[in-house]
Design a protein around this ligand. Structure first.
Ligand SMILES: [Zn+2]
Length: 432
């Protein structure tokens, strides 16, 4: 049975996972990962087996309440026989002992998941890479809390977000990360490298930036605006949804930066020392509100992540002395008009879910609302969206309903013309 039509081979909609406890050991030089994942939750429908996603790693033992369970592993799934039928609502806590040499998985979105760098690791899981490092119910709608205990050579820094402690013994350091806010599997992360760390001077949020020594001056220059961005976004969207934000800049170049829960990840190429990636720095920070806090219940609504993060880039531009959001919107609208209008923003299909038109047209949808309802109601709506669905999942229909409720303006038709039809609408005239 499929949980999400865009990722039909991932997840089991009959499971609801509440907590992952991962106790992992890793050796960077040999890329050897071993440990235990304890997956706790409940079943939604009567079942005599559980199916978890696990790719490229071998389970050696599965148990529940001290009892060994029979299991079978294919190249994507770990199927556990319960030996009895569990009724809807029945709670479970299943421990999986597993090991292997984690590697990215091939997907229609390229290679994703656990990936070795020259001297370290990144995890870039969106949308289906999480099973390359732990057994999970890999659906964006099934969010859980995490306790990750990760041991590796002390020369490396491990970054995963959440409340962090570490202790060193015999050349190895054990890092513990606790994340109490429900987090989608694709946003769970581990970043490993020989990094320096510096605090980011946010006012209320614990901030830290990690980078290789060799590019320190470039990194510090380029990410200097983060506290100002945080301030602008808190004014625009409401309080930052987590107690912490960390940035990792890898020694390797990365094709694109990416977001994880409480973490923004960039390549050395994104720190040119000239501010060339300011837009992307704003974008990944904004995902902490849109995508990570307000999450997707289905991948077809990806515009709710990317359109909002793209619009945050425009907000940062206008608030930091660059082109206004209106100027950005006019420019991107003119560009989109020249491209094929054959994509439905609210259901682009799995192959086009990360198409740049989703980002720009998604942002234009928000700008069309802003032009229609004016500044005050528009920012009230952004606050309400980030607030009402904080830590929850939401759909396009939820957004339409909230937009009408908050603004008192009938917006459904306008939003649907942007979201449900391939033809690019004109930008509405600005409210007086
Ligand atoms: Zn994004």
């Amino acid at each position: 049975m499929s949980g999400d039509p865009y990722t039909p081979q991932s997840g089991d909609p009959n499971l609801s996972i509440e907590h992952y406890e991962l106790e992992l050991d890793y050796k960077v030089s040999t890329n050897r990962l071993s440990g235990t994942a304890t997956v706790s939750g409940y079943v939604r429908a009567a079942t005599s087996s559980l199916s978890l996603d696990l790719v490229g790693l071998r389970a050696s033992k599965v148990s529940a309440a001290g009892r060994k369970l029979a299991f079978h592993q294919s190249d994507r799934k770990l199927r556990v026989s319960l030996g009895t039928t569990w009724e809807p609502g029945e709670r479970f806590s299943v421990s999986v002992v597993y090991a292997g040499a984690p590697r990215p998985r091939r997907s229609r979105w390229g290679t994703i998941g656990w990936e070795e760098l020259e001297d370290g690791v990144i995890v870039a899981s969106q949308p289906t890479g999480a099973p390359t490092w732990f057994p999970c119910n890999d659906l964006p709608s099934d969010r859980a809390t995490y306790l990750l205990t990760f041991t590796t050579e002390s020369a490396y820094t491990v970054i995963a977000g959440g409340a962090t402690t570490s202790s060193t013994r015999g050349g190895k350091t054990t890092w513990t990360f606790r994340r109490d806010i429900p987090t989608a599997t694709y946003l769970a992360t581990v970043q490993i490298g020989r990094y320096l760390a510096k605090p980011i001077p946010f006012s209320a949020v614990r901030g830290e930036i990690h980078y290789p020594q060799a590019i320190e001056s470039r990194v510090l220059a380029d990410f200097e605006d983060l506290p100002a961005m945080m301030k602008v976004f808190e004014e625009s969207f409401g309080p930052y949804p987590l107690p912490d934000y960390r940035v990792v800049v890898t020694e390797d170049e990365l094709e694109i930066p990416l977001e994880a829960q409480g973490v923004g990840i960039y390549g050395a190429n994104h720190a040119d020392g000239l501010g060339g990636s300011r837009r992307l720095i704003a974008h990944e920070l904004a995902h902490q509100w849109f995508g990570n806090s307000v999450g997707l219940s289905q991948w077809r609504d990806i515009w709710l992540n990317e359109g909002f993060a793209c619009y945050a880039e425009w907000i940062w531009s206008e608030r930091s002395g660059g082109p206004t959001a209106d100027e950005k919107a006019l420019m991107h609208h003119a560009r989109l008009r020249l491209l094929a209008q054959d994509i439905v923003l609210g259901d682009p299909g799995p192959d086009l879910m990360f198409d740049d038109r989703i980002y720009k047209r998604g942002a234009l949808t928000l700008h069309a609302i802003r032009r229609t309802v004016g500044e005050l109601l528009f920012f009230r709506l952004l606050h309400a969206w980030a607030g009402r669905f904080a830590g929850k999942t939401a759909t396009t229909d939820d957004f339409v309903a909230l937009a009408e409720e908050v603004t008192g303006v009938p917006l459904a038709q306008l939003i649907h013309s942007w979201v449900s039809e391939p033809r690019l609408p004109a930008l509405p005239a600005r409210a007086a």
